[in-house]
Design a binder for this molecule. Structure first.
Ligand SMILES: CC(C)(COP(=O)(O)OP(=O)(O)OC[C@H]1O[C@@H](n2cnc3c(N)ncnc32)[C@H](O)[C@@H]1OP(=O)(O)O)[C@@H](O)C(=O)NCCC(=O)NCCS
Length: 381
């Protein structure tokens, strides 16, 4: 192929993909100064002007001429907005890579550009599958890939390489016959308020409070699967695992925070929602920071979680029909939270809940059906 004459222009009328031109070097160089860009991609750091010149005027044209990689400039609102490329298409399977400049992010530009190149890969390059890879934690990239139909996400420990350092990597793919639309649910974690508390997404700055709550003797006793001791890294891992659980459709997990100070008081989750067969059940789990116990905070938090869980998906809820709570029969505080929220005890499994010392407690199951809640106020009005 000749460059730039043979580079096809792809457009959906909002975003246009075209051959790079000399005038793109400056904005591409500026984009690569962005710390987010440097964190999530393999570009050289520090990123020099000559890197942009070399990539745009030598590497990209060479790829087109040799028919080994295909990179387009992303144009949005008449300006260069980023670059997207396809590469390594041997055997009909290849990879996609992309970046847009910070000013245009969050407008759906990348999702549009990604759909255009994936279609090109299938229709013109005759690929059967496109692979997306990102370092673990790059949720913006994961969301773009998810919106464009990539699915079957797996994590490969140390699968990625960044300037000589190995990093855990996410990989997902989209096939020729797939629709370029989301597969599976990505839950959002809404902010919900009531009776002096706020349910909100967990954030990194909660790590210290999470660590304190999870190191507490009673939390450690009843939630015996937790790491022990529970350190700050464990708390950070827990917080990022909750974002992952929402993205994979499994769980919505909130920080229970004081409505005034926003300080974390505990955690409540609706989880176990990724079954392909049954999209109507969920389990509620919780723990409380020791300083916040005994004030009915968890009772209120669970009430708010129930209301969100039973609300139909089209109204922004989780569309659940049946919720369960499980706890050891001797964990009276936890059983109380379920009972005062209207749950019915439906199971008592003998010696089913292991403790750290090798002993077992009986495990109670409580359930609550959406149809049990005739009273409007339990559903939040
Ligand atoms: C990844 C990137 C290309 C996305 O570009 P973009 O134009 O903002 O993408 P879109 O607007 O099409 O979609 C981004 C989505 O991610 C969401 N998002 C952004 N940050 C997020 C986060 N931390 N957690 C969850 N979702 C996030 C946005 O809300 C948006 O979703 P929505 O439209 O449903 O609200 C851009 O962030 C970027 O250039 N990052 C640096 C380079 C990079 O990471 N490249 C990919 C390497 S694998």
């Amino acid at each position: 192929m000749r460059f730039p004459e043979d580079v096809p222009v792809l457009t959906d009328d909002v975003v246009t993909l075209r051959a790079h031109i000399a005038a793109d070097v400056e904005p591409a160089y500026r984009m690569c100064q962005d710390p987010v860009m440097q964190k999530w991609t393999t570009i050289p750091v520090p990123y020099l002007h000559e890197h942009a010149v070399g990539y745009l005027t030598e590497v990209i044209p060479a790829g087109w001429r040799a028919n080994t990689s295909w990179a387009w400039a992303i144009e949005y609102a008449g300006e260069y907005a980023g670059t997207v490329d396809l590469r390594d298409g041997e055997g009909g399977v290849g990879e996609v890579g992309f970046a847009v400049s910070p000013e245009v992010r969050g407008n759906g530009v990348m999702t549009r550009a990604l759909r255009l190149v994936v279609r090109y890969a299938f229709d013109v390059l005759d690929w059967n599958r496109v692979i997306w890879r990102a370092y673990v934690g790059n949720f913006a990239s994961r969301r773009v890939a998810w919106k464009a139909g990539f699915h079957g996400l797996v994590t490969i420990p140390d699968g990625g390489r960044s300037r000589g350092v190995r990093k855990d990597e996410w990989v997902a793919t989209v096939g020729r016959d797939d629709e370029l639309e989301p597969k599976g649910t990505w839950w959002t974690v809404p902010v919900v308020e009531g009776e002096g508390i706020r349910l909100r997404p967990l954030r990194e700055s909660d790590a210290q409070r999470v660590m304190e709550a999870c190191n507490d003797e009673r939390t450690q006793h009843w939630l015996a699967g937790m790491p022990s001791p529970y350190d700050l890294d464990g708390a950070k891992e827990f917080i990022s695992s909750r974002a992952d659980a929402a993205a994979s459709g499994d769980a919505v997990s909130w920080a229970i925070a004081d409505a005034e100070t926003d300080e974390l008081l505990g955690n409540v989750s609706v989880f176990g929602m990724s079954s392909r067969l049954d999209g109507t059940r969920g389990e509620i789990g919780y723990w409380m920071h020791p300083e916040a116990r005994g004030r009915k905070v968890m009772t209120t938090a669970v009430q708010l979680a129930i209301a969100h869980a039973f609300r139909p998906v089209e109204d922004g809820g989780l569309g659940r029909h049946r919720l369960v709570v499980r706890c050891a029969d001797v964990n009276t505080a936890s059983a109380h939270v379920a009972e005062v929220n209207g749950f019915t005890k439906v199971g008592d499994e003998r010696r089913a809940d292991p403790r750290r010392d090798g002993s077992y407690d009986n495990l109670l199951t409580y359930d609550l059906l959406a149809t049990d809640l005739l009273s409007d106020d339990l559903l939040g009005g």
